[in-house]
Design a protein around this ligand. Structure first.
Ligand code: NAD
Length: 479
């Protein structure tokens, strides 16, 4: 929070939350065979919201069997009938978007203006976009014989719970597959609400099953031999373990993993816009963004001015109640994640970098972290190498485009990169030589369902979105 006066503006849409949620299997909410439930908490207040079933291997068996049973009839449905289901789901998401946004913010800690104005419109767009593909797949792969892959096991993280669900479920259904999806243990509520929407839209039972639980449920799902494909979004460490589990099984796999993305500012850039790009690049969603621009490279001759202006802009960021429509930076998703971020911040200072954080008091309850930046960062520093997944920016400089490319590519990751310059030839040269799956020019963190998203190296493989994203959910000429 800042010294700037503003009146609190809490979101007022009421949202019903049941006292307990079961697993969504075969079109019904059922009690888990495990008999176990896990409390999910509002990270901004530390208050429990409700309790949610913890799936075990037996529950996973039932969900996979249901998806298998639903596969043939779903595959045989005409493409236009499949499209109708997806259009219906997209429209219902739009109709219930205020409620879904509130639930997402309560469960995740992200600011309501981001869940309402960024996430939910994109979630609906993903279903609309893929609804449009259902009867046009032959145009995406001309002349090829196309078949759905089959039963897909999908595991997603907590930073964009509904959006990651949409990225996974919409293309899978469009291509004629059935699904068992596991949301993250700290953010299960919107996936369960979407299960209600699937039911309202008449989606046949078993086409989508939602099982909740933690890493054990995730492990049981991805290792299940009833699956034809696994899609995982999450940390690189878990992604590597999943790749090892699936090696030699013949099952298809796509991995969307971590990142440590470079954000490069040339002296000839439009500086006011670049400052806004950096702010959204690292402080959007509390920095809990896989493609966050967490390594900032500024051309040396504007470094001082740029940093001073960035610091002044940081002071206007409002950190606090995520349910307040004026809040820019909400709560960190969990106590564990806050502690992880604080560990990196301490390490940054201990290794010799200089910390600057935005001022103002933080709420006394909840998991909050002030946006901060570090100057005097060396490429060898831990904060310049490891994914922090929080509102922490490492600032470095460069003198020539060659040096910028070399420094930017000096990472094990390769998810995204951003370049700010007014010179077209320079922008194209940078885009060609930066090793990242997504490269933004004069913008950052901009997403569109028609644009493929995915990584290189330790950021994973496979693409989500666009024509390329369909490939993961289709057998093309038998492969
Ligand atoms: P995580 O890997 O700990 O957990 C992700 C999901 O996997 C959760 O649902 C979790 O329950 C489950 N899980 C945990 N261990 C498992 C195991 N051994 N087997 C199967 N499932 C398991 O990651 P996180 O902390 O929830 O999310 C943050 C990470 O996700 C960051 O590294 C971030 O960069 C990455 N991410 C990547 C993208 C992308 O598109 N590339 C998008 C969002 C987040």
């Amino acid at each position: 929070m800042t010294d700037i006066e503003y009146a609190p503006a809490p979101e007022t849409v009421p949202v019903e939350i049941a006292a307990r949620y079961g697993l969504f299997i075969d079109g019904h909410f059922v009690a888990p065979r495990s008999g176990k439930y896990r409390v999910t908490t509002n990270p901004a207040t530390e208050q429990p919201l409700t309790e949610v079933a913890e799936a075990n291997a037996k529950d996973v068996d039932l969900a996979v069997a249901s998806a298998r049973k639903a596969l043939k009839p779903w595959m045989k449905l005409s493409a236009s009938a499949r499209a109708q289901f997806l259009f219906r789901i997209a429209r219902r998401i739009q109709e219930r978007s205020r409620e879904l946004a509130v639930l997402e913010t309560l469960d995740s800690g992200k600011p309501i203006k981001e869940s309402r104005d960024d996430d939910l419109p994109l979630v609906a767009q993903h279903f609309f976009h893929h609804a449009g593909w259902c009867d046009k797949l032959a145009y995406a792969f001309p002349g090829a014989k196309l078949e759905p892959v089959g039963v897909c096991g999908q595991v997603i993280p907590w930073n964009f719970p509904l959006l990651m669900l949409a990225w996974k479920i919409a293309p899978a259904l469009a291509c004629g597959n059935t699904v068992v999806l596991k949301p993250a243990e700290t953010t299960p509520l919107t996936a369960l609400r979407l299960a209600e929407i699937f039911d309202e839209c008449g989606l046949p039972p078993g086409v989508v099953n939602i099982i909740t639980g933690g890493p054990e449920a995730g492990k049981a799902l991805i290792a299940h031999d009833g699956l034809d494909k696994v899609a995982f979004t999450g940390s690189t460490e878990v992604g590597k373990a999943i790749a090892a589990t699936l090696a030699g099984t013949g099952r298809k796999l796509t991995l969307e993993l971590g990142g440590k993305s470079p954000h490069i500012i040339f002296a000839d850039a439009a500086i006011d816009q670049a400052i806004e790009g950096v702010v959204s690049g690292i402080w959007f969603n509390q920095g809990e963004v896989c493609c966050a621009g967490s390594r900032l490279f500024v051309e040396e001759r504007i470094l001082h001015t740029f940093i001073e202006r960035l610091k002044a802009r940081m002071q206007t960021l409002r950190v606090g109640d995520p349910m307040d429509k004026n809040t820019d930076v909400g709560a960190i998703n969990s106590k564990e994640q806050l502690e992880r971020i604080q560990h990196f911040i301490k390490l940054g200072a201990a290794e010799g970098a200089t910390q600057f954080e935005c001022g103002g008091a933080l709420p006394t309850k909840g998991y909050f972290c002030r946006p901060c930046l570090f100057t005097n960062v060396q490429p060898s520093h831990t904060i310049a190498r490891e994914e922090i997944f929080g509102p922490v920016l490492s600032v470095m400089s460069f003198r020539t485009p060659e040096e910028a490319i070399q420094r930017a590519n000096n990472t094990n990751y390769g998810l995204s990169a951003g370049v700010w310059t007014e010179k077209g030839a320079k922008a194209l040269e940078m885009a060609a030589r930066l090793k990242a799956g997504v490269i933004w020019l004069n913008t950052f963190n901009r997403f569109d369902p028609s644009a493929p998203f995915g990584g290189y190296r330790e950021s994973g493989f496979g693409r989500e979105g666009g024509r390329q994203g369909l490939r993961a959910y289709l057998k093309v000429d038998g492969r």
